[in-house]
Design a protein around this ligand. Structure first.
Ligand SMILES: *[C@@H]1O[C@H](CO)[C@@H](O)[C@H](O)[C@H]1NC(C)=O
Ligand SMILES: *[C@@H]1O[C@H](CO)[C@@H](O)[C@H](O)[C@H]1NC(C)=O
Length: 180
């Protein structure tokens, strides 16, 4: 497959699970996609356990997301109860604000991933050569600052070890907005 511009053709689908066992199946009764509507009740209300993420081609209908996905992975450590119960709570603990903190020292938590389709090594080719030197694959990390002190809400598939996060985290979310 030829190299693609990061984020050019794929988007990131995120969903929460109420129970750790629910995520393998993808968006379902037990796990809700929470970026898909502005009202976004799951973002605020769910007492979530874990987070699932799929990298899917843009402009595909929902019923093809699973089969056409490049990567499917999730957390399985039930980290949400300790980090605010959902993304709203998590970003209250780790506010995503420009210029508020410094890169590396003030980044938010990184949670290890379990891969249901694909593996951590497949993450690297999606990012630029500069970016590839500055992360460890196999994690999701929240609130990552770069050298300009701009914050990314979420780095999917990696724990960031450098300050050039503008070369990463380019994947758009599939829904309305990735802003906290
Ligand atoms: C997805 O793949 C599975 C297994 O190969 C197949 O049974 C199913 O029909 C496919 N679903 C869609 C929507 O293409
Ligand atoms: C999470 O998944 C890993 C890899 O499959 C497994 O070794 C580990 O026991 C799981 N942890 C929990 C809490 O289920």
């Amino acid at each position: 497959m030829p190299a693609q511009e990061p984020g050019a053709r794929f988007c990131l689908l995120l969903f929460l699970s109420l129970a750790s066992s629910g995520l393998n199946a993808g968006p379902s009764l037990r796990s809700r996609s929470f970026f898909s509507s502005p009202e976004n009740t799951g973002y605020y209300d769910i007492q979530a356990q874990d987070l699932g993420m799929w990298h899917v081609p843009k402009k595909r209908p929902l019923q093809h997301w699973r089969n056409s996905s490049l990567l499917r992975y999730r957390t399985n450590t039930s980290f949400f109860p300790n980090l605010g119960h959902n993304l709203f709570g998590l970003y209250q603990k780790y506010p995503v604000k420009y210029g508020s903190e410094s890169c590396q020292t003030d980044n938010g938590p990184a949670i290890p991933l379990v891969y249901d389709f694909g593996d951590a090594e497949k993450t690297a080719p999606y990012y630029s050569p500069v970016g590839q030197r500055e992360f460890v694959a196999g994690f999701v990390q929240f609130r990552v600052f770069n050298s300009e002190r701009a914050a990314n809400a979420l780095c999917a598939g990696m724990r960031v070890t450098g300050c050039n996060t503008e070369h990463m985290s380019h994947e758009d979310t599939c829904g309305v907005s990735s802003q906290a």
